[in-house]
Design a protein around this ligand. Structure first.
Ligand code: TXA
Ligand code: MG
Length: 335
């Protein structure tokens, strides 16, 4: 039987001495364990074990050319895995780690080639979530982990979201409640003279500039060379029809809502508080501040697919630098 066909009675357990013991047993045996972080839930396996990493790709249905990032606890010496080529890295570590910043370094070749997809670089993440730290410290091996969702689907911010997508494909989900950050870490290339954002997140270019004095941005326009392989795939999509409107197009969005409703569809708007008063119908409210919106985004996308046939989302605009990271996710989710 191929591993991808193997069925587990997936357990969801709160994090305590017993569940951590079990997690360590599975992990050291080459199995998968899902765990909470401050951004989204991760689907973890030993980062140096080719077979274990292969199981992550199989469980998610993830394209094999999309590399995984490696998670370590805050006292783990990441320099065993990577080489620091620029001194600004030390300043970034001091300012933002542990936290939602993944830095892509030159690899020392210790991390599995299956995880790096044969690249000579590897992304390292030190999550700030206490629960993630507890898990990583307990297993005390570097853990490769993508978001714990089926490939292309909305990222998971609760243990129930992980269960929905991956039930039967792993033995254990560690439950740490709802993730506080809500969107994935910023991925930053630190192999270059100027650090370059490959995927935007809660740590913004301005925050990086305030520490290092410089920060580039890989915009991933269709004409750009894609530097974070994952950015080219469909992502974050809920299992309902979707449409995305700019804030200027309230009238058009309302017309689509009314039309779909007449057709007998269950229709919902998804928007921030700035738009809510201007539209009539069912609403999934994202909140007011960028932090609130990031916190709610994936949860509301999951909710949408349970209640709606058609989701009509609005562009988010709060004036925060995080808006851009939110729109990066929302645009892909509603493609
Ligand atoms: O917050 C997060 O980053 C979450 C939690 C679980 O830590 N993880 C996560 O992993 O979002 P994933 O696999 O869904 O996204 C990682 C992104 C992908 O776009 C991937 O292509 C990119 O990082 N990436 C990984 N290794 C890379 C590398 N060596 N060079 C460039 N991009 C890389
Ligand atoms: Mg992901």
């Amino acid at each position: 039987m191929k591993y991808s066909d193997r069925e587990y009675a997936t357990q969801i357990l709160d994090i305590d001495e017993n569940s951590l013991k079990l997690a360590k047993k599975y992990i050291l045996n080459g199995e998968l364990v899902a765990f909470p972080t401050e951004t989204v839930y991760g689907l973890g396996a030993v980062a140096t074990d080719d077979d274990a990493i292969g199981r992550i790709y199989a469980a998610k249905g993830r394209p094999s050319d999309n590399p995984l990032i490696v998670h370590v606890h805050k006292d783990y010496d990441a320099d065993k895995l990577v080489t620091v080529e620029h001194d600004y890295v030390y300043k970034l570590r001091e300012a933002f780690l542990p936290g939602p910043l993944t830095m892509v370094y030159k690899s020392r070749g210790v991390v599995s080639k299956v995880a790096t997809c044969g690249l000579d670089t590897v992304g390292i993440r030190v999550p700030s979530s206490e629960k993630a730290q507890e898990f990583l410290r307990y297993v005390d091996v570097p853990i490769a982990a993508p978001s714990a969702n089926a490939s292309k689907h909305t990222s998971p911010v609760t243990a129930a979201h992980v269960y929905e997508d991956l039930c039967g494909r792993l033995p254990l989900i560690l439950d740490g409640g709802k993730c506080v950050g809500g969107i994935e870490s910023t991925v930053l290339d630190v192999t270059t003279e100027t650090p370059i954002i490959l995927r935007s997140g809660l740590i913004t270019a301005d925050m990086i500039r305030s520490v290092v004095g410089k920060c580039g941005y890989s915009a991933n326009k269709p004409t750009d060379k894609i530097r974070a392989p994952g950015m080219k795939y469909r992502h974050y999509c809920p299992k309902c029809e979707t449409a995305l409107f700019s804030r200027a197009d309230v009238g058009k969005a309302q017309a689509l809502y009314d039309f779909c409703e007449k057709e007998g569809k269950r229709v919902y708007f998804m928007c921030d508080e700035g738009v809510a008063d201007k539209i009539k119908g069912n609403k999934l409210l994202l909140g007011k501040t960028a932090e609130e919106i990031a916190f709610n985004l994936y949860d509301k996308l999951h909710e949408a697919e349970n209640v709606a046939d058609m989701l009509i989302a609005f562009e988010v605009e709060t004036g925060s630098a995080i808006d851009e990271s939110i729109m990066n996710r929302l645009t892909k989710a509603c493609k």
